[in-house]
Design a protein around this ligand. Structure first.
Ligand code: ZN
Length: 453
């Protein structure tokens, strides 16, 4: 037997070895789908003519895609450990071994090198393995420019309902940051009208470009519009509806706007203020037994001036209002019910649409958030609309756990990890006996795809 034969024999047995290993592996349905997709791409590479691309081209593509799925930061720094883990998780070590593309720690890590702007070449199979993991088609890889635009191209939409150019593509200023916790790009859009909003990216469908994560600045145009609407004597709720914000925001800005109007129209000298204060103190002293309302009637101009320009001082230096016993009859509960209902609804929507870790919808949380806790605790029965709404949305502990699980699933999918029950439960922060009960309820509630153990 000459050396050539020995070589061939070794080669043959390595081949048979690989074939028998892969045959076993491909009994796994998921893996065999992945394998077929790769075989399909090999075929395409051989059949079609793709343009020649410089080596950085591919590395750029990979890094941009890794940014999108949160495995690289906005500067293109790849989170190598997580990247390797996710990749390994996707194919499994035995499969990668058969493909001679193991990424186990002891091996020379090709995966780490292939996403660098390398001068080294890699076997096409490794490119195919990676492209598939990144869910990139060969057409994308070869023909699309590797640029990262998580929010699409400029200009972007102005989402300021107060501006004439509302929903027009006029925003040219976008800065992209990176949320380490959520592992996603955050865009800050600044419009010439002064409106600044942020949104978590990347945009994944057409509707996303109409989405505001958070308003950072409402701006002069918005405030001007608010002034106009206030002068039209519309209700705060109607104004809120027109300006696409909640009632609390309108309230807050209405105060600010009015305050600044007063200040702009008449800068007050300290001297004048002091004289007015003295005059009020005199009035209070001379009429010690009188209420604030009575004092106001006695010198309306003085009271109004102080109320507008020095309100907190005025309140501190006025007789405290006497407790009115007949409060009950004066409260218009129907109206209050409507107002509170609107606040509660806004708050519930905010909780349910928040991107962050879910919060439980409970009366005490909502009450605290809208600053009406004791009202909700003591007088809910007088506000039937609010009451029935709250009853319809409040969550039991278990409802809330289920919502946390759904949230955790989304996060995990977003991170590109496999949906496994232990991982979901850990992410959702649920412990103890309840986990088993939840699993049952969850499987009953949720249609497939079912979750791995
Ligand atoms: Zn604008």
């Amino acid at each position: 037997m000459n050396s050539n034969d020995v070589y061939r024999q070794n080669e043959m047995s390595a081949w048979h070895n690989a074939v028998s290993k892969i045959t076993v592996l491909l009994e796994d349905g998921e893996l065999s789908t992945k394998y077929l997709a790769i075989a399909d791409n090999v075929d395409k590479l051989l059949q079609l003519t793709y343009p020649n691309r410089p080596m950085e081209w591919f590395a750029n593509h990979y890094v941009e895609r890794l940014k999108e799925i949160g495995l690289a930061n906005v500067h293109g720094h790849v989170r190598q450990v997580e990247f390797r883990r996710a990749f390994l998780n996707y194919y499994g070590e035995p499969f990668l071994e058969v493909m001679q593309s193991s990424v186990s720690e002891r091996e020379d890590n090709w995966l780490q090198a292939i996403v660098r702007k390398h001068r080294k070449t890699f076997h096409p199979l490794r490119h195919l393995l990676l492209a598939q993991f990144l869910d990139m088609s060969l057409d994308d890889l070869f023909t699309r420019e590797p640029v990262n635009q998580p929010f699409g191209a400029s200009p972007w939409l102005c989402l300021n309902p107060a501006a004439d150019h509302y929903l027009q593509p006029v925003v040219k200023e976008l800065s992209i940051g990176y949320d380490n916790k959520k592992k996603s790009p955050i865009g800050t859009f600044t419009c010439s009208c002064g409106f600044v909003y942020t949104r978590k990216g990347p945009d994944t469908n057409e509707d996303d470009k109409y989405r505001i994560g958070r308003i950072k600045t409402l701006g002069a145009v918005w405030e001007q519009k608010l002034c106009e609407l206030l002068q039209e004597n519309l209700s705060l709720r109607e104004i809120a509806r027109r300006l696409h914000v909640d009632v609390n925001t309108v309230k807050k800005y209405a105060d600010v706007v009015q305050q600044s109007l007063i200040q702009a129209s008449s800068p007050i000298s300290d001297d004048l203020r002091e004289r007015q204060r003295q005059a009020w103190i005199e009035l209070v002293k001379q009429n010690g037994h009188k209420s604030r309302t009575e004092l106001r009637r006695m010198n309306k101009a003085l009271y109004t001036w102080l109320y507008r320009n020095d309100k907190s001082w005025l309140m501190e230096h006025s007789p405290r209002p006497k407790k009115v016993i007949a409060t009950k009859s004066r409260v218009d509960w129907r109206r209050r019910d409507e107002e509170i209902l609107s606040l509660v609804q806004t708050e519930v929507t905010r909780i349910l649409t928040s991107d962050g870790k879910p919060e439980r919808i409970s009366i005490s949380r909502i009450g605290k958030r809208i600053g009406c806790l004791s009202l909700l605790e003591k007088h809910l029965s007088k506000m039937p609309q609010t009451k029935s709404y709250l009853e319809s949305v409040r969550e039991t502990v278990e409802d809330f756990q289920i919502r946390r699980i759904k949230w955790a699933m989304q996060e995990i999918e977003f991170e590109g990890q496999d949906l496994q029950w232990w991982r979901i439960v850990r992410k959702a922060g649920i412990r103890g006996e309840v986990v088993y009960r939840l699993r049952e309820r969850f499987d009953n509630d949720t249609p497939p795809p079912t979750v791995g153990v």
